[in-house]
Ligand binder design. Structure first.
Ligand code: SF4
Ligand code: SF4
Length: 195
C-alpha cells in the first residue's frame, strides 16, 4: 500500500503531518519574526509528546501539538481564538520534552504577541495590561492593588483570607513596597520601550 493511503506510519498519524509545501509561510514568518525564530516550527512531526506532558491541557481547547500544526497551516483565526494562548503557564515542559527540538512554548508566546498587536481582548489581556501598568508605576507589584483593579471589590474580598495568610507569613506586604532606585528603573523601562 502506498504511504499516502496509510493512516498511521510508525505510530504517527500520517494525515496530520505537513510537508514544507503545504505550510503557510506568511503566518509562519510572522510567528518567527515575533520571537519564534528558534522554535523550529517546521520540524514538528506531530508526535504529541508535548501535549502528553502539558500541565494545563485539561483546560485548553487546543493542545500544543495542534497549535503548532495550526501555525504551520496558517490557520491563524483558530489559533488566535484559542484559549490555549492564555491558559499556557509557560512551564516549558512541552519544550523540554520535544524530540525534534520544537519549542511550542515559544510559539505560543509569539502568537500571543501577535494577538495583542491585533487587538485581541479578553480577561487575560486585561490582567496582563493592568499588571504591566502597575509594575511601571511602582517598579514592583502591590498585589491587593492588582486584585482591586482587575476584579474590583468582590475579587478583593474573595482573596482576603489568602492575602491575610500570605501577609502573616511575610510573603506579601500589607503596604506597597518601594524599590531602591526608581530612576534606574525608569531608565531601564525607557530603554526596553525603544527596542
Ligand atoms: S513534541 Fe515536538 S514534534 Fe512532537 S508534536 Fe510536540 S512540537 Fe511536534
Ligand atoms: S508551556 Fe504551555 S503548552 Fe507547554 S506544557 Fe506548559 S502549559 Fe502546556
Amino acid at each position: 500500500m502506498a504511504v499516502k493511503n496509510k493512516k498511521f506510519l510508525f505510530g504517527l498519524k500520517v494525515d496530520r503531518q505537513l510537508d514544507g509545501d503545504k505550510m503557510n509561510r506568511e503566518f509562519l514568518d510572522k510567528v518567527i519574526a515575533e520571537g519564534g525564530e528558534g522554535a523550529a516550527i517546521a520540524a514538528c512531526m506531530q508526535c504529541g509528546t508535548c501535549s502528553g506532558g502539558c500541565t494545563n491541557i485539561d483546560l485548553m481547547d487546543m493542545s500544543p501539538r495542534t497549535l503548532v500544526l495550526m501555525v504551520q497551516r496558517g490557520e491563524w483565526e483558530k489559533v488566535l481564538k484559542s484559549n490555549a494562548l492564555w491558559l499556557c503557564t509557560s512551564c516549558y515542559i512541552c519544550t523540554s520534552r520535544c524530540p525534534r527540538g520544537v519549542r511550542p512554548a515559544d510559539v505560543i508566546e509569539a502568537v500571543k504577541a501577535i494577538g495583542i498587536r491585533q487587538g485581541v481582548e479578553n480577561d487575560s489581556t486585561k490582567f496582563n495590561q493592568i499588571f504591566v501598568e502597575l509594575v511601571e508605576k511602582r517598579g514592583i507589584l502591590f498585589e491587593p492593588e492588582l486584585m482591586q483593579k482587575y476584579g474590583g471589590l468582590q475579587a478583593m474580598l474573595a482573596q482576603a483570607k489568602l492575602g491575610i495568610q500570605l501577609t502573616l507569613k511575610g510573603k506579601m506586604s500589607p503596604l506597597p513596597a518601594k524599590i531602591k532606585d526608581p530612576k534606574k528603573f525608569s531608565e531601564a523601562l525607557e530603554k526596553v520601550g525603544k527596542q
